[in-house]
Design a protein around this ligand. Sequence first.
Ligand SMILES: [Zn+2]
Length: 76
Amino acid sequence: MTCREVVELMTDYLDGFLSPADRARFEDHIHGCDGCRAYLAQLRTARSLIGRAADEPVPEPLKAELMNAFRSWKSS
Ligand SMILES: [Zn+2]
């Protein structure tokens, strides 16, 4: 597997979408390649930050306000 392929598969890897065979080849490459390992670590950190932000519950009244605002933007 080349670095380019590894980078393209990285999000699938983090989401657990790779087949067992691809996953093994991916991990083989990561173990032997400092650049890809560093990139994977960065991507994982970035995604965990995004995930945490998305998990913040939106209070219901605020959500209703947002929906109303969204509707009025669309109709104007
Ligand atoms: Zn690489």
